[in-house]
Design a protein around this ligand. Structure first.
Ligand SMILES: Cc1ncc(COP(=O)(O)O)c(C=O)c1O
Length: 372
């Protein structure tokens, strides 16, 4: 990991762990991709960050431009949004904390619970931001890999527990493998008394969109994380929320900067929840498109797609007859952004976000043009 040094100071005073951070590499932005490849922005198809291909609902766009009080700070207690979320999740608003994207809540929770030397259990392959945040706290990650079918290894997790283990994080459906966590596994892990975090960023696309929310009021050690970035098409406005016991909610609020969720985010999230039918129709379209994308990926003789309950599909290269570099060069030359991985277990895999039908067509054409 690179360290930055001041040309004039011999000593920076920076915490040493900042030079050992496991960096999180987000999906490339449209601007960066366009700059790198020279392909104009309007020709690009962005299928690398699991964003919704649908814009926010028209009511949101109208309300954002009609609102005139952006000179006033937002309600730091997010009373109206938490009340709307309470109706949506059927969980009392005292169990709800709103954040500037669920990644803010991940970062805060890790800092609340993990001191230097503590451990967190992660089950790779999974969302790598969990590891980045742990390294920021100078805590260690105990990796309990998923099985060959990407199921959790619950026995393995129980065996890996140490006195220093403060958190167990589970992603459901899991990014990037797309499979959900079973409730019975969560219940088993809750019995350990450790804080169990279930990240449900993609739950709205799953067969059980209500997720684990209903368990929250029953447990003092369960946190469920959600976001408006995926199903609700609001990734650019950064709104997430945690469903958690009151005592954890109080610590999150204590650790959080005031006014972290901005006014635009509040307006957009509240109106999205008021127009659920519209947005849930988009979710249904994405689920249908996911099935079509899966078939088209499966038609490529060199690809093995994995069934997914998220708005993305992971696909492995069948063997080395077609190399990942070749796939990447071909799709990128046509302006298509996909997600690639550095970890050894996924070096020959790619993840495709479900886009619009025309995005699927363009990708399928690009993949079909690759000679074996
Ligand atoms: C599993 C998972 N959790 C959380 C996030 C963060 O979402 P946001 O910060 O946009 O709410 C992502 C984003 O890709 C994700 O894949």
């Amino acid at each position: 990991m690179m360290s930055f040094s001041s040309p004039s100071l011999g000593y920076t005073g920076v915490r040493p762990e900042l030079d050992c951070i496991v960096e999180y590499i987000p999906g490339e932005s449209l601007e960066a991709f366009s700059g790198r490849t020279g392909i104009p922005l309007h020709q690009l198809v962005k299928l690398n960050s699991n964003e919704s291909p649908y814009p926010p609902i028209p009511e949101v766009l109208k309300a954002l431009s009609n609102y005139t009080n952006y000179n006033i700070y937002p309600d730091t207690n997010s009373v109206a949004l938490r009340s709307a979320l309470s109706s949506y999740t059927e969980i009392d608003s005292k169990f709800i904390v709103v954040g500037h994207g669920s990644s803010e809540l991940i970062f805060l929770l890790w800092h609340i619970f993990l001191s230097a030397g503590d451990t967190i259990i992660c089950c790779p392959p999974t969302f790598s931001f969990y590891t980045t945040s742990a390294s920021f706290c100078n805590a260690s990650v105990l990796e309990v890999p998923r099985t060959t079918t990407y199921e959790l290894d619950t026995e393995g997790i129980l065996a890996a527990l140490r006195p220093s283990t403060k958190l167990i994080v589970l992603c459901s459906p899991n990014n990037p493998t797309g499979n959900p966590v079973h409730e019975k596994d969560v219940l088993t892990l809750l019995e350990t008394g450790r804080i169990v975090i279930v990240d449900e960023a993609y739950v709205e696309f799953s067969d059980h969109p209500q997720g684990m929310a209903r368990l929250v009021p029953m447990y003092q050690n369960l946190v469920v994380l959600r976001t408006f970035s995926k199903w609700a098409g609001l990734a650019g406005l950064r709104i997430g929320y945690a469903l958690c016991p009151e005592w954890i909610a109080q610590y999150i609020r204590r650790a959080q900067n005031p006014f972290e969720v901005n006014m635009a985010g509040h307006i957009a999230a509240i109106l999205t929840l008021k127009n659920l039918d519209y947005i849930q129709n988009n979710v249904r379209c994405i689920i249908n498109e996911r099935d079509r994308l899966f078939s088209l990926l499966a038609q490529q003789p060199y690809l093995i797609p994995i069934p997914s309950q998220g708005n993305f599909i992971l696909a492995h290269l069948r063997d080395q007859t077609v190399k990942i570099e070749k796939v990447r060069a071909t799709v990128e030359s046509l302006g298509i952004l996909l997600r690639y991985f550095q970890s050894p277990s996924l070096q020959n895999s790619l993840r495709v976000t479900v886009g619009l039908p025309q995005h699927t067509e363009k990708l399928a054409e690009a993949l079909a043009s690759i000679e074996i």
